[in-house]
Write a protein that binds this ligand. Structure first.
Ligand code: SAM
Ligand code: SF4
Ligand code: FES
Length: 412
């Protein structure tokens, strides 16, 4: 394991985010002669992250041990281990760090309009069969209000790249949400690539987290599948998100046509390199009204293996058991949780809209009224010996940045 020699009082980057004033951390240090910085210094434009923060406690016992991420070498070799072995390792790692909790996030599918034309996606611009909708701000606020009353402490607002939901309108929406439910819940957004100032506006308007999957680590495949948009553009946006002081969520689909075993391993390694706070992965499910209709469906096992290795690569990352996994297999979400996923995202969108937000066929829970899934999930989670948690469930990196001397909560 890498051990960072602490470099007390680093003057270069010990503030996060800088505009909020100094938040001195002592975890900047030296590793192999190179400086390793604890917070991302935006002005440098480099993707630095928090490995130093993770390794600072490396000689201090079980907490440090549970934080130790697997190396590239180990991840590469574990790719070929029996599935049950990697799954067991990943669940043990999750239990040590997060306990048996599974955090709930309320998902709201805000708009299925999209100017982009990603080849894999059911709501792509050129799919003329989609009945398009856009929730009003009032509808969103009332869902959030009811969700808050029922106990949700994270709301995930997601949609296509819809010019009607511009960054400034999304920022205003965040302010209105704060006006209704105050500062307690976390607000996560996922509306594709925005200009850098868009992410900053969102953060200063009350957003906490942003999700933007890189989709695949293979640059050529990315350009092809995302209709000409290069992977580097997606990675730059992830950098902008971190710069803006938001928790960074990304991830990939498993089983895209054209990916190789090396792509699949590199997906995990790229997620680790990005030091994600949230890692969302799920099986690719071919949609009949897209150019990828007729692509083979890769079995769930590959997504389970990827989930387990993602956990071992990023122990402190929040990892959802995704709806796509539950749609591909009746126990898909349970199998992802058994492999280290610690988040579930029940869909709070009213049924008539969630039916029209079909990224892939066979989406589950479309007929259940908003909030009905929560009790179903409680039973499912209990069935595998886990328990639902209504806490906000911030990423451990962020907890630590807020409170560098004791921010990590160890298996509460
Ligand atoms: N428009 C935003 C974006 O692309 O980042 C957010 C919404 S997008 C619909 C959310 C995610 O859905 C994408 O990042 C992609 O990984 C996933 N997705 C799209 N089509 C899919 C498919 N056919 N099978 C599985 N996942 C899919
Ligand atoms: Fe639009 Fe996102 Fe679908 Fe691409 S994946 S077409 S950006 S909604
Ligand atoms: Fe939606 Fe079971 S999770 S009905």
């Amino acid at each position: 394991m890498k051990v960072v020699t602490p470099m007390k009082g680093c003057k270069e980057c010990c503030a996060y985010p800088p505009e909020r004033g100094a938040l001195p951390l002592s975890s900047c240090g030296e590793l192999g002669g190179a400086a390793v910085h604890c917070a991302y210094p935006p002005e440098r434009g480099a993707l630095a992250s928090s490995p130093a923060a993770w390794t600072e406690d490396s000689e201090k016992g079980p907490l440090a041990k549970s934080l130790a991420a697997w190396t590239e070498e180990k991840i590469r070799s574990a790719w070929y281990w029996p599935l049950e072995t990697v799954v067991r390792e990943a669940r043990e790692c999750t239990d040590r760090l997060w306990g048996r909790k599974v955090f709930l996030r309320g998902l709201i599918e805000v708009t299925n309009y999209c100017v982009q034309n990603c080849l894999y996606c059911g709501i792509r611009r050129d799919n003329g069969k989609v009945e398009r909708y856009r929730l009003s701000e009032e509808q969103i606020l009332s869902i959030v209000q009811e969700g808050f009353r029922k106990g949700f402490r994270t709301f995930v607002l997601q949609g296509g790249e819809d010019p009607e939901y511009s960054p400034s309108r999304l920022a205003r929406l965040c302010e209105r949400i704060r006006g209704v439910v105050g500062e307690e819940p976390a607000i996560t957004l996922s509306f594709g690539i925005l200009p850098p100032e868009g992410y900053r506006d969102l953060e200063s308007s009350g957003a906490n987290r942003y999700l933007l999957r890189f989709e695949t680590s293979d640059p050529a495949l990315h350009t092809y599948l995302r209709n000409g948009i290069p992977l580097s553009r997606r990675l730059k946006a992830l950098e902008d998100i971190r710069n803006a002081g938001l928790e960074v969520g990304s991830g990939f689909m498993v089983g895209l046509p054209g990916e190789t075993e090396e792509t699949r391993i590199r997906n995990i390694l790229l997620a680790q390199e990005l030091q994600l706070d949230m890692g969302g992965i799920g099986p690719f499910i071919p949609h009949p009204d897209t150019p990828l209709a007729g692509s083979p469906q890769i079995p769930l096992e590959l997504s389970v293996r990827s989930t387990a290795l993602l956990r071992l690569a990023l122990p402190g990352c929040n990892i959802p058991a995704t709806t796509a996994a539950g749609s591909l297999h009746p126990e898909g979400r349970e199998r992802m949780m058994a492999a280290g996923a610690n988040v579930l995202m029940p869909n709070l969108t009213p049924p008539r809209y969630k039916r029209a937000y079909q990224l892939y066929p066979g989406k589950i829970c479309v007929d259940e009224p908003a909030f009905a899934c929560t009790s179903c999930l409680a039973v499912r989670v209990a069935g595998i010996g886990l328990e639902l948690s209504w806490e906000r469930g911030d990423s451990l990196r962020v907890k630590r940045l807020r409170n560098p001397r004791g921010g990590i909560t160890y298996a509460e």
